[in-house]
Structures are given as structure tokens and as C-alpha cells.
Write a new protein. Structure first.
Length: 186
């Protein structure tokens, strides 16, 4: 079993965290704070002593997303249930990889929140974040670029992209951005 934390860290004290998620603010202390923070920047396997805390954080607050499996397939399924949101940063650090830069451009400039499946699709089809696809005025064009008669049905894109050869690279880039604290999950 794996989990990944959701929400935006607002404050961190010695034994407490303040986390914002979907308009609510949560104060996490002691074990809950440690478990949430451990899964904030990368997926973690759930240990038996964490199970109850994870269940509580998932059901009561929606602060974690879980999968009964492990591996990149499980991480993909966790991310399918998350909204990827940017934390605005003005420049790219020199050490970012090209895939991280490209995904960050999509995440911050697309004019809508892209899902992990949509990001994998864009990578698989080598679609670059070009002017005609970015911004609120181009939402429809971007949507029509991703969705067609073969991918519009509910869940089809997620199912196809879970088996994409670009899945693992896209997950790696998203996890890199999460570790760099330039995106967060809702």
C-alpha cells in the first residue's frame, strides 16, 4: 500500500503543521503531522502502525490519497485522483530537467488544471506548450487536442495513459516538481 499527501503546507512548527486543503485549514500534530509530511513530496509505503492515521487523514480530511498497490502504476492511480496545482515561482532553477520545465510550463500556463493522464498524453504525443495551446483563451483548443472520439469516454484516457511508455517519465517529472516545492496536490 502507498500514499501521497495532498494540500499546501502553510506553516511548520516543531511538532505541528498547518495545511490548507480545498478551502479548509488543518492543524496536524505529532504522528499525524509526521505521516502527512513524510508523504508530501513523494509517495510512501504505508506501514502497519500508520494505517489508522492514513485512513483518518484520507476519509476525514482528504489530506492523503492511497493505493492498495505499489510501484509507478500505483503512483499513477494516486495522481489520477489529485489535482496538480502550481505554486508560482518566477524562474527556472538551472538544475531542472527538460521534462520538468516542459511540465511546469503546461501546469502553470495551460489555462486549466491538467490531470496526470493529460500530461502523459501531451508527452506521449510530443505536444509542446506552444502559444496557441496556452492560456484561458485557448482552453478549448487544448481540450480538443487531447480529447477526440477515441479518448472522450469517461476513464478511457486514464486507462490508455496508465499503459503509456511516457507514464513513468511523466510521473518522474511531476515528482521532481513536487520535491522542488513548485507544485502541490489537491
Amino acid at each position: 500500500m502507498m500514499y501521497l499527501s495532498k494540500g499546501l503546507l502553510l506553516r511548520k512548527n516543531e511538532n505541528a503543521l498547518t495545511v490548507s486543503h480545498c478551502g479548509a485549514v488543518y492543524e496536524l500534530t505529532d504522528e499525524r503531522a509526521a505521516v502527512w509530511e513524510s508523504g508530501r513530496q513523494e509517495p510512501r509505503e504505508i506501514t502497519p502502525d500508520q494505517e489508522q492515521i492514513i485512513k483518518e487523514l484520507a476519509k476525514k480530511n482528504g489530506l492523503v490519497e492511497t493505493s492498495p498497490d505499489t510501484g509507478n502504476g500505483a503512483v499513477f492511480r494516486i495522481l489520477v485522483n489529485c489535482v496538480i496545482c502550481p505554486i508560482e515561482k518566477p524562474t527556472f532553477p538551472a538544475l531542472w530537467s527538460q521534462p520538468e520545465r516542459r511540465l511546469y510550463n503546461w501546469i502553470t500556463k495551460a489555462g486549466l488544471r491538467l490531470t496526470i493522464a493529460e500530461l502523459v498524453y501531451l508527452n506521449e504525443n510530443r505536444i509542446e506548450p506552444a502559444h496557441g495551446l496556452l492560456g484561458e483563451q485557448n482552453r478549448q483548443t487544448l481540450t480538443e487536442t487531447i480529447y477526440n472520439a477515441n479518448s472522450i469516454a469517461d476513464g478511457i484516457l486514464e486507462s490508455r495513459m496508465e499503459r503509456s511508455p511516457e507514464r513513468d517519465g511523466t510521473i518522474s517529472a511531476v515528482m521532481g516538481l513536487l520535491r522542488r516545492n513548485v507544485i502541490f496536490l489537491v
